[in-house]
Design a protein around this ligand. Structure first.
Ligand code: NDP
Length: 400
């Protein structure tokens, strides 16, 4: 059906390439480009072994619009799946506009020199993509991504109005390391160490980092201490579902993880500015990434599972209704299928599904859109077919 170019050969990129190759009738040509060619080649070899599909690999610096334009002009993909880092979102979108290529990502833009993420930078491309007749699909991982689709599905099928949304993200896995992050350490540490924020009655309420917490029960897992943190899908969901009175995001952290995080911050290793070390300029958090376990390598000994879902309260026909929709994903299942752990898997599968819906012309409209602005039904159906089945509970106690 069409040619796809994947940028980024990390944990998520690994899963996207495997899943795209499993659907070679839709993705007839597959190119994987990243900063380090050797990493692309390792993935391509594994895909060849598992699926028998050949992947072309290319080196690219996605910080450079010029390099990207050259790559896009040579390869002429229909769609770019950006699973590099949030820093590269805008350069890749610029190159897409210059070459007439459609765009999909899993994380919103973040400037390198400021730990701050918001959609404004990418929403500003709305008119440009619309005028060019190109589609940009934003935030098509699990959270953002599936959580946004769950919300859209609930609003469409079960509620007249949704009022309270709690996105609950639990990783009850054990990778056997004293400290490791489940995706890019730099992005992860920047995200979880910032101040908390949630939406209530038309306003954003800020909290100290990890100030609000309580145990929540996760299916097949049990109670886990869960913390309110700010997460990017809240920004687009409160805009696109204006009946929401409150929207929060909860994530589980173990005590060990939080202690390590506090030490990392206290000793200055989470700093994102340059420091001078023996005449060499280094950014501490980037140095830290180099010595921490590579998230992409955690899979082999990872046990346990993730459980991510949406707990929603609202009204239908004048009556209160609660709804909980979730997926549980076992790290070992993800590893056996793709060689990557569950967090990469739960991000990469939705990216492939969004890409497939685009290729099939189902999710295709000129402009820049968050995933909840598309029809959620075909996406929900494909989650069940491609490895992330979901479950629903009606009128349960949401604990929140
Ligand atoms: P990794 O760090 O494992 O992989 C990132 C990849 O991008 C690496 O291969 C890296 O190259 C490459 N890259 C970085 N900079 C450049 C550049 N300038 N040019 C070309 N390639 C570059 O991260 P993950 O795979 O864990 O995460 C990928 C993305 O997915 C991130 O944006 C993350 O925020 C997002 N994510 C989204 C989630 C969701 O649910 N929505 C959940 C988890 C992650 P190199 O190998 O040379 O370092």
């Amino acid at each position: 059906m069409g040619k796809v170019l994947i940028i980024g050969a990390g944990g998520v990129g690994t899963v996207v390439v495997h899943k795209v190759a499993q659907n070679a009738a839709v993705f007839t040509d597959i190119v994987l480009a990243s900063r380090t060619l050797a990493k692309c080649e390792v993935i391509a070899q594994d895909v060849k072994k598992r699926s028998g599909v050949s992947i072309k690999t290319v080196q690219v610096d996605a910080d450079s619009v010029k390099d990207l334009v050259q790559l896009f002009r040579t390869e002429k993909p229909e769609l770019v799946i950006n699973v590099a880092l949030p820093y590269q979102d805008l350069t890749i979108m610029d190159a897409c506009l210059e070459c007439g290529v459609n765009y999909l990502d899993t994380a919103n833009y973040e400037p390198k020199d400021e730990a701050k993420f918001e959609y404004s930078w990418q929403w500003a491309y709305q008119e440009k993509f619309k005028k060019a007749g190109l589609t940009a699909i934003l935030g098509c991982g699990f959270d953002p991504g599936v959580t946004s689709i769950y919300t859209a599905y609930a609003a469409k099928h079960y509620f007249d109005e949704i009022h309270y949304l709690d996105i609950v993200d639990c990783n009850a896995g054990d990778h056997g390391k004293a400290f490791a992050t489940n995706f890019n350490p730099e992005i992860n540490i920047r995200e979880v160490s910032q101040r908390g924020k949630y939406y209530e009655n038309g306003k954003w309420i800020e909290t100290e980092p990890h100030e609000i917490h309580q145990p929540l029960n996760y299916p097949n897992i049990g109670p886990k201490e869960s913390y309110v943190i700010y997460h990017e899908e809240l920004e687009s969901l409160v805009k696109n579902f204006s009946t929401l009175k409150r929207a929060r995001f909860w994530m589980t952290f173990g005590q060990e993880y939080l202690t390590h995080l506090r030490v990392i911050q206290n000793i200055g290793m989470a700093r994102i500015d340059e420091v001078d070390y023996n005449g060499v300029k280094i950014v501490p958090i980037q140095f830290l990434k180099a010595v921490l376990p590579n998230p992409g390598d955690l899979g082999e000994n990872y046990t346990g599972e993730t459980s991510i879902g949406c707990r929603i309260r609202g009204v239908k026909d004048g009556k209160e209704l609660t709804y909980y929709v979730y997926n549980n994903c076992k790290h070992q299942d993800a590893y056996n299928e793709t060689g990557a752990q569950g967090v990469s898997y739960t991000t990469g599968v939705p990216a492939m599904i969004g890409a497939m819906l685009f290729m099939q012309g189902v999710w295709k409209k000129p402009g820049v859109f968050n995933v909840e602005e598309f029809n959620p039904d075909p996406f929900m159906e494909m989650l069940n077919k491609h490895g992330l089945p979901w479950h629903e509970v009606f009128n349960a106690d949401l604990e929140l």
